[in-house]
Design a protein around this ligand. Structure first.
Ligand SMILES: O=C(O)CCC(=O)C(=O)O
Length: 222
């Protein structure tokens, strides 16, 4: 559900963690959904990640720039056919710069942001993501998160462990969430989505897409 009758306010959930509702307009959301469809096209890169303990994530994921397998990045799809990862497009980096500038209301901080990894997560009606830290990047630059389609409960916790305190933030299609600074290593996850709450105009008839942009801090040569 978007364009609510009662506008939702931007919120600083914790120091460095900012929620900006309705950051993407409908055209911006549609552009991202179209791009996700292209990136996922066969030989598709959307796959359920297998965890070292034997579990399989319910979310399906594709990567741009660097490919993530628990718990490292590589330039090739090491848990798939070994082919090169899809490149990270410059227009997405520019979107990330605008996101950081708007979230932190600081043009210079936004301008300096150089994301080179994106994880695109697709949630069907029952998918969820457990509380975790994004800590496989060498850089501690902020994570930019964009939500499309069904709404979800985004659980934003503390930096120490998976226990409380946490804040449950409703993320709606078009919302931006940025976490950096003292919140960069906060545990976070998605305990549930709300099937059927997406906006019909953006070309995503079911489910939820989330795109997170990160700075890997990695170089191709060691
Ligand atoms: O889907 C979301 O909003 C969170 C995604 C996430 O936590 C991740 O990709 O690490």
């Amino acid at each position: 559900m978007t364009d609510a009758l009662i506008p939702r306010d931007r919120t600083t959930v914790a120091e460095g963690a900012v929620h900006v509702p309705d950051w993407l307009d409908v055209a911006g959301r549609r552009r991202l959904v179209d791009a996700c469809r292209e990136w996922a096209r066969p030989p598709g890169r959307l796959r359920a990640t297998r965890l070292p303990g034997g579990g399989v994530m319910s979310v399906r994921t594709l990567c741009l720039g660097w490919h993530w397998v628990p718990y490292r990045y590589s330039r090739t799809i090491d848990d798939g056919d070994g082919s090169p990862v899809t490149p990270f497009p410059e227009w997405l980096a520019e979107l990330g710069r605008r996101a950081v500038a708007d979230a932190y209301q600081d043009e210079a901080v936004g301008e300096a942001y150089r994301p080179d990894v994106a994880l695109v997560n697709y949630y069907d009606d029952t998918a969820r993501m457990g509380l975790h830290q994004d800590r496989d990047e060498r850089s501690r630059e902020p994570v930019v998160s964009l939500s499309l389609g069904d709404s979800c409960v985004f659980r934003f916790g503390n930096t120490e462990n998976r226990n409380r305190p946490w804040t449950d933030v409703p993320l709606v299609s078009g919302d931006l969430f940025v976490f950096g600074g003292p919140s960069r290593l906060a545990y976070h996850g998605v305990p549930k989505t709300l099937p059927g709450t997406g906006d019909p105009d953006i070309g995503l008839p079911r489910g939820r897409l989330n795109i997170t942009l990160r700075v890997s801090g990695l170089a191709d040569t060691p």
